[in-house]
Design a protein around this ligand. Structure first.
Ligand code: NAP
Length: 557
């Protein structure tokens, strides 16, 4: 639809427009509706679920344990939902989110198949007009961007894809009815979390698999298992205490981080600690010692442990050497969690190609050209990641004060106050935005904290009749400075990771998430609220009083 046609489309009015119906959007709708606000959720997908709606590739599952990766806002919901495995599969997460949408009667306020293309502030009235590609316009005082951090898939800039005669897929926009690779020769490009999860399953099905690796990653085994009745019962009983713990933890995970330095213990003790954490399976490895992400020598002890593990798992020493991560600190790229990834390279029908030795030059009609060799394949899977954290926001033409776009405001990298708000964009909130712990944390814990904080802020503002809320430039600059200072004190900035936007050509190199920890961040947000939303200013909105008087539902603080 053209921009002119969008401007002509009839307008509907609500208190809040939420963009996205994943964990964040569903929770925002439930929370705000409960406070008497009218809400419209606009979702591009044809179902709810966000990341769990789109990422249907083989082996897709969350690397946070199911019991910690669920909503806590309803004790009944926690009691009712029976997780079947320690790490939830995509199908189960999607079923869970569908259940949440039904259980809390959320669907009546969600419009599916609506891609938001613009959100324009009408300064006089301090309201947002949100337009969809499908031709609707919604007006709202508040705009909540629950667009996800990993929701804009990226294809590599390799020529020739349009000539490829086989089928190709991206892990993050996988066909809903699945793909059968039986009898096919398949190439997978990319060895991040999505590649590492899908490669073992694709290898099992395909007639032959080529893995095209540019950067080897560190991966820890999941040690996944089905949850028996007794274990599930115990997890459910412990849920409240676990969640309380995660809220003040560094990463939003239930496994306590060890406060010791990796360098303060004997080699034997260190080895025992790594071995213990390794056997716990999954992300608790990150908390093995306190200084792994701030001290290069400490970090190297973890890296060496991983290298030994990889060598022990892979039969062919040459292949094992290629699989060893090099040139960046352990953990500075997202640590992956796998089930049988390294072991897959012991299969005779799986070949690892190191693109550092020979580059991927082009896609040909019959396959992939690596160096001078053409490898014929029937299908290509791109597990090549996302335009992370800012991609979904930048894809929308968001215009704030003086018609200034978010793209302009963030041209040198994203700038937010607390990862929640942007100066010059009154009434707009981002959930798990850049400048918040976000992708460095258990997303559900961070989403709940953001949604509840935003809902409190909206209630607070409405109670005062001011209606709109805007981050000040000074508060934003101070926060950005703090986020950068914390990042600079870590090893995160030493890898070419998507955390820094390094995977997207031309994207400003800025470390986007806040590395100060979930607990410290929550405390800061709470202090800001307790001080009357310090760093924000209330913007008088014409018509606010009238609208308040018109509302029948009460406003609950
Ligand atoms: P990713 O971590 O960005 O990995 C993309 C992979 O594609 C990297 O190996 C990258 O190599 C490679 N690549 C990109 N462009 C390439 C090119 N032109 N030629 C060759 N290789 C290329 O993406 P992802 O695996 O989808 O994961 C993204 C994030 O999503 C994860 O870090 C995680 O936060 C989340 N995720 C979580 C789960 C889970 O919960 N288990 C599962 C999947 C994803 P370089 O490293 O050299 O750029």
């Amino acid at each position: 639809m053209t921009q002119d046609a969008q401007q002509q489309a009839p307008q509907q009015e609500v208190d809040v427009v939420v963009v996205g119906a994943g964990f964040a959007g569903l929770h925002a709708l439930h929370e705000l509706r409960g406070r008497g606000l009218s809400v419209r959720v606009l979702e591009a997908g044809h179902g709810v679920g966000g990341t769990w709606y789109w990422n249907r590739y083989p082996g897709a599952r969350c690397d946070v344990e199911s019991t910690d990766y669920q909503f806590s806002f309803s004790e009944d919901l926690v009691r009712e939902w029976r997780w079947s495995e320690r790490y939830p599969r995509q199908e189960e997460l999607l079923r869970y989110l569908d259940h949440v949408a039904d259980r809390f009667d959320l669907r009546r306020d969600i419009s599916l198949g609506r891609r938001v293309v613009s959100a324009v502030l009408e300064e006089e009235d301090v309201t947002w007009t949100v337009a969809t590609e499908q031709g609707e316009r919604w007006r709202a005082r508040w705009l909540i961007m629950a667009t996800g951090c990993l929701s804009v898939p990226r294809l590599p800039m390799v020529p020739g894809l349009e000539d490829f005669r086989g089928d190709w897929y991206h892990t993050a926009s996988w066909p809903a009815d699945g793909v059968d690779f039986t009898g096919e020769r398949v190439a997978v490009v990319g060895t991040g979390s999505s590649g590492i999860q899908s490669i073992p399953l694709i290898a099992e099905q395909a007639a032959g698999l080529l893995v095209l690796q540019r950067t080897a990653n560190y991966s820890v085994p999941a040690f996944d298992h089905e949850l028996g009745e007794e274990e599930l019962e115990r997890l459910q009983q412990d849920f409240a205490a676990r969640r309380e713990f995660t809220r003040s933890s560094a990463l939003g995970l239930a496994a306590p981080a060890d406060p010791r330095s990796a360098l303060a213990v004997s080699e034997e003790e260190r080895r025992t600690q790594y071995e213990t954490r390794w056997r716990m399976g999954g992300l608790p490895m990150i908390g093995a010692f306190a200084d792994l992400m701030v001290d290069r020598a400490a970090n190297e002890t973890a890296a060496a442990f991983f290298r030994d593990k990889i060598r022990a798992k892979v039969d062919d020493p040459e292949t094992a050497e290629k699989l060893l991560p090099r040139g960046y600190p352990w953990g500075a790229k997202r640590v992956c969690v796998d089930s049988g990834y390294y072991e897959t390279f012991n299969r005779s029908d799986v070949t690892l190609i190191d693109l550092n030795e020979q580059p991927l030059r082009r896609i040909t009609p019959r396959g992939v050209l690596v160096g001078e060799t053409e490898h014929e394949v029937d299908a290509i899977v791109f597990a090549t990641g996302f335009d992370a954290m800012t991609g979904a926001l930048m894809a929308i033409d968001i215009r704030g004060r003086d018609g200034r776009s978010l793209r302009q405001a963030w041209s040198a990298g994203p700038k937010t106050y607390l990862g929640l708000a942007v100066a010059g964009f009154p009434g707009l909130f981002t959930v798990t935005g850049p400048g918040s712990p976000s992708v460095l944390s258990n997303m559900v814990v961070s989403i709940e904290q953001h949604v509840e904080w935003i809902a409190d802020a909206i209630s607070w503002s409405r109670e005062r009749g001011t209606e709109v809320f805007e981050a000040t430039q000074e508060a934003q600059e101070a926060w950005v400075e703090h986020v950068n200072a914390v990042a600079d004190s870590t090893l995160f900035t030493e890898a070419n990771s998507w955390y820094l936007g390094a995977n997207v050509p031309g994207k400003p190199r800025v470390f986007m998430p806040y590395a100060g920890g979930v607990g410290a961040y929550r405390q800061k947000c709470d202090e800001v609220a307790a001080a009357g939303y310090e760093g924000f200013r209330a913007v008088p909105a014409p018509g606010a009083e009238r609208r308040r008087a018109d509302r029948s539902a009460p406003v609950v603080a």
